[in-house]
Design a protein around this ligand. Structure first.
Ligand code: HEC
Length: 625
């Protein structure tokens, strides 16, 4: 590798952890070690990918479990193109061959597990039980017993109904949607989308894209009886897939600049799609010859029928040339404010809310690490509330020359990683709630242009949270999971991994369920990091007053929303027998991993990023009779 793109330049935001015991299968040892692609990897990729906990890169095991064409995409046009820019075509080929060596041959599973007879049918008129990431346009992430078919009491009696393994995708980052008896899900690293039967896990269709996919999905109707699934991919395009057939209906370029991509879930509302943009420049900026940075977070509104762009809601003015970096590279700015989460729709006020991330290059603006309101009809920016000003961050911060200006700011990466929620106060007035990677939850007043009502900093936070992927509300409570394992101190008395229930009106803690590590039985052998990497990273989901919370230790925990008592737990970090014959193991539970519908709970497990344990399993649970 070119010496300039070194590990030293990366902000080592997380403590080093032991490598997890569970891994995807690697190639036969002898052929493997002598392969020329290994030398390419060692030279150009190993500095980061051999140290996943420190670099936040996917582990080597995860890279080796991905669809080869997805790796190729990332090293040519995607996230890793600056890291791989000096490779010759021959070296690239060797690298890809070596990475995919020994991948199991799963061709044929789809035919074998195809649904037969009545189960093949997808009812175009089925009402979706869960149609989007936030469950509803206000992002409550709360389902009633009627919507889910599950009651709080059912959780103590849940048992595994079936498991499905998804090939070539070590990171299960996307939340499924369910309509009628069909569950739709994205396998992001594999660039595929599937429809499965909820009762048996048989497959109804597969859609495969050339690009890796990335976001969770939304379900809507293009016209009566014409259901579609909308997804965002790793290249900044929005796709609409026919829910009955798995065929592409349209693909629409949402990017403002080449480096945009889509992480948060595009939402469907009244014939439109609202797609949030994030970006890949946090990685390109590590290279000191990269002209940092032009990409910005934005919301793009599209016509659901055609994918035609209707408006673009910008978080800041367009980037222009600014100064030269310390090593003479031209810099651009302002940039940043990526939107990592799913927008909230406020029909009453005609607004749409998002939380934004860090600033990538100066001049500093007021819309980074902020809650931003856009006009739903026009995309005009109406107001913003900035939680952390001057947070200049990318993977080349704080030391790299592209981190220009950091001396007058902070380098914290304190994004809003989860969605803004529109909730109700006790007196019926609306309130906006948002969790930040700083460990704080913020409550804003939508009737006063986003004035602060309360904030509560629950932990010290960090680059992976604090509150990482989001919160949920139920009754008078907002549920905030904490991912960082900071020990409590005078400054942060409530710090550490936990799920907190806060009073929506005041922000006061009503109960706390601490994330105690479970190293019982053979878990210590199976999962070497069980003591230190519990991490409540994914967003919770409330089902009839039961709070479902996943964790990086692979254990799904369910708490009583009222009391915080644990109702049920299930260890997903193991191998599973699958109904589709694809070898599968669970790993870390992260991002947005569960839905409940039709009397069942569906959970995905495995997260091959950020030094976590990869896995590729979709699990379905239902109550014992
Ligand atoms: C300077 C450190 C660094 C180097 C060198 C590097 N990577 Fe990465 N890579 C990362 C980080 C950090 C991430 C993802 C972090 C995140 O998700 O934000 C990543 C992500 C990836 C991904 C997944 C991308 C995605 O968005 O899903 C692939 C594939 C990948 N790298 C392949 C490679 C290959 C192949 C090489 C060598 C040619 C390489 N990387 C070199 C740091 C590096």
């Amino acid at each position: 590798m070119s010496g300039r793109i070194g590990l030293a330049a990366i902000s080592v935001a997380m403590m080093a952890i032991a490598t997890a015991a569970l891994a995807q299968p690697a190639g036969p040892a002898a052929a493997d070690a002598g392969h020329p692609g290994k030398a390419v990897y060692d030279k150009v990729c190993a500095a980061c990918h051999d140290h996943p906990a420190a670099s936040r890169a996917p582990s080597l095991d995860s890279l080796r479990a991905m669809r080869p064409s997805s790796v190729e995409y990332h090293t040519t046009v995607g996230y890793m193109r600056t890291q791989a820019k000096d490779l010759t075509a021959a070296e690239r080929k060797q690298l890809e061959d070596w990475l995919s060596l020994g991948q199991p041959d799963n061709s044929g599973w789809l035919q074998r597990s195809q649904c037969r007879g009545a189960a093949e049918r997808i009812d175009p008129a089925a009402k979706p039980a869960v149609a989007t990431w936030g469950v509803d346009p206000h992002n409550s992430r709360a389902l009633s017993a009627a919507q889910s078919g599950l009651t709080k009491a059912d959780f103590a009696r849940l048992e595994l109904a079936w498991a499905v393994g998804l090939p070539q995708t070590p990171t299960m980052r996307s939340q499924p949607v369910v309509a009628g008896d069909t569950l739709f899900i994205v396998a992001s690293d594999a660039g595929r989308m599937y429809a499965f039967d909820v009762r048996t896990g048989c497959a109804k269709w597969q859609y495969e894209d050339a690009a890796p996919l990335r976001s969770s999905i939304s379900y809507g109707e293009l016209a009566p009886g014409r259901p579609v699934i909308v997804a965002g991919d790793a290249t900044g395009f929005v796709l609409a897939i026919d829910a009955r057939t798995g065929k592409l209906v349209w693909r629409s370029d949402a990017r403002l600049v080449e480096a945009n991509r889509i992480t948060g879930t595009p939402v469907i509302y009244k014939g439109r799609v609202y797609a949030p943009l994030s970006a890949t420049e946090i990685n390109h900026a590590v290279d000191e010859t990269y002209e940092c940075c032009k990409a910005q977070g934005a919301v793009v509104a599209m016509d659901l029928k055609t994918g035609k762009k209707l408006w673009v809601g910008r978080t800041m003015v367009e980037a222009v040339r600014t100064q030269k970096s310390r090593v003479g590279t031209q810099m651009w700015g302002p940039s940043g404010a990526p939107i990592w989460s799913s927008p909230a729709i406020d029909e009453k006020r005609g607004l749409l809310y998002v939380g934004t991330g860090e600033q990538n290059s100066i001049p500093f603006v007021e819309t980074t690490d902020a809650v931003v309101a856009f006009d739903l009809a026009t995309g005009a920016r109406k107001w913003s509330f900035q939680a952390t000003p001057r947070d200049l961050w990318h993977y080349g911060c704080p030391k790299g020359p592209n981190c220009f200006g950091s001396e007058t700011g902070v380098t914290l990466d304190h994004d809003f990683g989860g969605s803004v929620i529109i909730a109700k106060r006790a007196d019926g007035r609306d309130i906006l709630l948002a969790g930040q990677k700083s460990g704080a939850v913020w409550a804003l007043d939508p009737d006063s242009g986003g004035k602060l009502i309360w904030t509560n900093r629950l932990s010290k936070g960090g680059a992976n949270g604090g509150v990482h992927w989001g919160t949920a509300v139920y009754g008078n409570r907002v549920f905030a999971p904490i991912n960082d394992a900071t020990p409590p101190s005078a400054d942060y008395p409530t710090a550490g991994v936990a799920l907190h229930a806060l009073d929506i009106d005041t922000g006061k803690i009503l109960w706390t369920a601490k994330g105690e590590g479970d190293c019982s039985g053979d878990r210590r052998a199976r999962y070497a990091a069980c003591q230190t990497r519990i991490g409540f990273s994914p967003a919770p989901l409330v089902v009839d007053g039961a709070v479902v919370q996943g964790a990086l230790d692979g254990i799904l925990r369910v708490y009583d929303a009222e009391s915080g008592a644990e109702l049920w737990r299930y260890d997903t970090m193991r191998k599973f027998d699958t109904v589709n014959g694809v070898a599968a193991n669970g790993g870390a539970i992260d991002s947005s991993p569960y839905v409940a519908a039709d009397g069942m709970l569906f959970v995905v497990s495995g997260y091959g990023r950020f030094g976590e344990v990869p896995g590729n399993v979709l699990l379905a649970f239902k109550p014992k009779k």
